[in-house]
Design a protein around this ligand. Structure first.
Ligand code: MSP
Length: 652
């Protein structure tokens, strides 16, 4: 029996899981189920990535320990997976003792092999993402390329993992093998990260303690990626005795991840494995994000869609179908209630649901539920039968290539073919003519057997609803195996159907969208208030020191963006004549263009440091600066004084 090992990323339990988290897990679950159906010995792993500064801070804010915090969140993830019928074989928590022990050994081994060394890390650090970035990786506003929030300068003693020894092998892995799916993404990885020279990776931290201690230098904790990525191996028993399946299942057949963590899985993970001299995983399947109104669905943006809420209205399987059907490998997929409901109506209610209910109803109406065994072949039979017989192979290929959207498209092509067959053969006309009974029985049998094959293959994707179809078409367990799905004519000739409840009811689009929008609005978690940490208090000064700064009220007469700069605005100010009447005021350049448009400021009075030595910014002279305060989201807010104060008024 061949083995098949598939993994999801391990999720950060820093908030409630949402539809965005469901995608990878549902996709892996469908593949795992399909492979089990094929007879593979499947290991399907998921879990949670529980260390890091963010978790430590969140727990602290709630007055509980980080472990208490993650325990509660992990329960939420597990509840969702149960609800979505996720058949994982193993669940790893990075706080599990065996994982901790194994990561410590891995870190030590990398150190002993000379791939980890001690240094000091200086760079741009994004606290919410817990990531250091190089200058060139920052976005056009100089902010974090992932969450687009401001970064801070940071420096700390840290251990580094040497990446350069692996550059050549990794480039080959990405460009010359089919490790990466879709392979088109290799170009960006090679051009952005490998060609410029692979930077060594910072793999320890001293600035927080919620992590796995480095055994030989315990003020350091192992930083996220060595801890997190190792899970794929430690969960099988690599460097620990808790499990004993490493030799059996490693290397993984498929790691599935979204694009934001592609780099870690495409470059860093292979490098770690190469350093440990372990075999590399076979495939890395990268998908896009489920977006909502064009943005990645995420708790911090507050646009999360609650899978429980959707599941309650339409059923968990319907949600599974929808997200799998919408997402193409490598591309984003935008979530919208309207698209979802239309998809449910067209594919499930009108397509499959209608096929099942019409076929079963006719078998019931014309034959009292049990088909007679006399047969008469006719037009269109072969076309339908050929489509049905060829389906399994097509789905196999799609599943093997992690193209689940295409797998569902193939299945629904046959559903559509079968519905067309009903229109072509007109069983309701045959039913009126006693002499056409054998032909009618053939038509209905062909339809029932087509439904059997379609629903068998679909059961990997929709495991709860397909048994309801089997019940209605009179299929027994032996008729809905993988083997039976490769053949036509498996149902007994005198099959008995059981008319039942409608499996996929049609939804009134307008009414439902209105209801859904209302519910989602009422249930939507408020966007999280960014946590605000005031800047550190500066050194003490005397009143005389303060008196040196001459703060004045000034009116913004005009403002414009400084060319070639995304950050600077150039303001013309009336300072009450302080700069001398002949100048007509003064010019101040201010780094607030990210937060203010010129027209937001014109006509407003601001506070300036009037005696600041002039400076030139981006080639433009600035005679002073205007006062602004830090905002919780890392921005700046101009301080507006009482607008009735005259220009030049001194602030003391
Ligand atoms: N803990 C790391 C992964 C470590 S794996 C060794 C992590 N966790 S995460 O919870 O932030 O994200 C886990 C996965 O969920 C990522 O692949 C991420 O991109 C995916 N998704 C989170 N929101 C998503 C969408 N809106 N759409 C699709 N996938 C999304 O990263």
């Amino acid at each position: 029996m061949s083995k098949f090992y598939i993994t999801t990323p391990i999720y950060y339990p820093s908030g409630e899981p949402h539809i965005g988290h469901c995608y990878t897990t549902v996709a892996c679950d469908s593949i795992a189920r399909y492979k089990r159906m094929q007879g593979c010995d499947v290991m399907f792993l998921t879990g949670t990535d529980e260390h890091g500064q963010k978790i430590e801070e969140k727990a602290k804010a709630q007055g509980i320990t980080p472990k208490e915090y993650v325990d509660e969140k992990v329960a939420g993830f597990k509840k969702l997976w149960e609800y979505m019928n996720i058949s994982y074989d193993r669940y790893i928590r990075t706080t599990d003792d065996y994982h901790v022990e194994a990561v410590q050994k891995i870190f030590k081994e990398l150190y002993d092999r000379g791939y980890i060394y001690k240094g000091s890390y200086k760079g741009k650090y994004c606290t919410p993402c817990e990531s250091f970035w190089t200058e060139s990786q920052l976005d056009e506003n100089g902010c974090c390329p992932e969450c687009h929030r401001p970064v801070v300068e940071a420096e700390e003693e840290a251990y580094f993992f040497k990446m350069s020894p692996f550059a050549e092998r990794i480039e080959k892995l990405l460009t010359e093998t089919d490790y990466l799916r879709p392979k088109t993404r290799a170009v960006e990885l090679v051009n952005n990260f490998i060609k410029p020279g692979l930077e060594d990776l910072c793999v320890s931290r001293t600035s927080f303690t919620w992590g796995i201690p480095v055994t030989f230098d315990p003020k350091h904790v192992v930083y996220v990626w060595v801890d997190a990525l190792s899970n794929y191996c430690t969960a099988l028993g690599f460097k620990n005795d808790h499990y004993n399946d490493y030799d059996k299942y490693w290397p993984a057949d498929v790691h599935m991840v979204a694009k934001d963590i592609m780099r870690f899985h495409a470059i860093i993970w292979p490098a770690i494995l190469m350093a440990l001299e372990q075999p590399l995983p076979k495939h890395l399947a990268v998908h896009g994000w489920i977006t909502f109104n064009g943005q990645k669905m995420s708790k911090s943006i507050g646009n999360v869609v609650d899978p429980f809420l959707l599941g309650e209205r339409y059923g968990a399987d319907t949600i599974r179908y929808h997200i799998l059907r919408e997402m193409a490998l490598g591309a984003d997929s935008s979530f919208s209630n309207e698209i979802m409901i239309k998809r449910i109506n067209s594919d499930l209610a009108n397509g499959l649901g209608n096929l099942v209910s019409r076929t079963v109803a006719m078998a019931d109406k014309y034959f009292g539920g049990t088909l007679p065994t006399e047969r008469e072949a006719g037009d269109f039979d072969n076309e339908l039968i050929t489509a049905v017989e060829g389906l399994r192979e097509k789905v196999d290929v799609c599943v093997d290539e992690t193209r689940l959207k295409n797998a569902l498209e193939e299945i629904f092509t046959v559903v559509d073919r079968a519905n067309k067959y009903i229109d072509e053969t007109e069983p309701w006309v045959l039913g009126k003519d006693e002499s056409k009974k054998a032909r009618l029985a053939t038509v209905l049998y062909n339809l029932l057997d087509a439904i059997r094959v379609v629903s068998t293959l679909l059961s990997a994707f929709m495991p709860t609803d397909m048994p309801k179809v089997w019940e209605q078409i009179g299929a027994k367990a032996e008729h809905v195996t993988y083997e039976a799905a490769g053949k036509f004519g498996v149902l007994p000739a005198d099959v008995t159907v059981h008319k039942g409840a409608i499996i996929f009811p049609r939804i009134d689009v307008d009414k439902e969208i209105e209801a859904l929008n209302e519910i989602i609005k009422n249930n939507a978690p408020q966007p999280e208030e960014p946590e605000f940490t005031p800047a550190e208090l500066a050194e003490q000064i005397t009143i005389d020191d303060f008196a040196k700064a001459d703060l004045r009220v000034a009116l913004v007469k005009s403002a414009e963006k400084v060319k070639k700069s995304k950050k600077l605005l150039c303001l013309q100010l009336d300072d009450g004549g302080l700069s001398g009447a002949e100048t007509g005021g003064r010019q101040v350049v201010s780094g607030i263009a990210q937060w203010y448009k010129p027209e937001d400021l014109v006509g407003k009075k601001v506070i300036i440091v009037a005696n600041l030595a002039p400076a030139t910014l981006c080639g433009v002279e600035s005679q002073g600066m205007i006062l602004a305060a830090d905002t919780p989201d890392g921005g700046a807010a101009v301080v507006f004084p009482d607008q009735s104060l005259p220009c030049g008024s001194k602030i003391r």
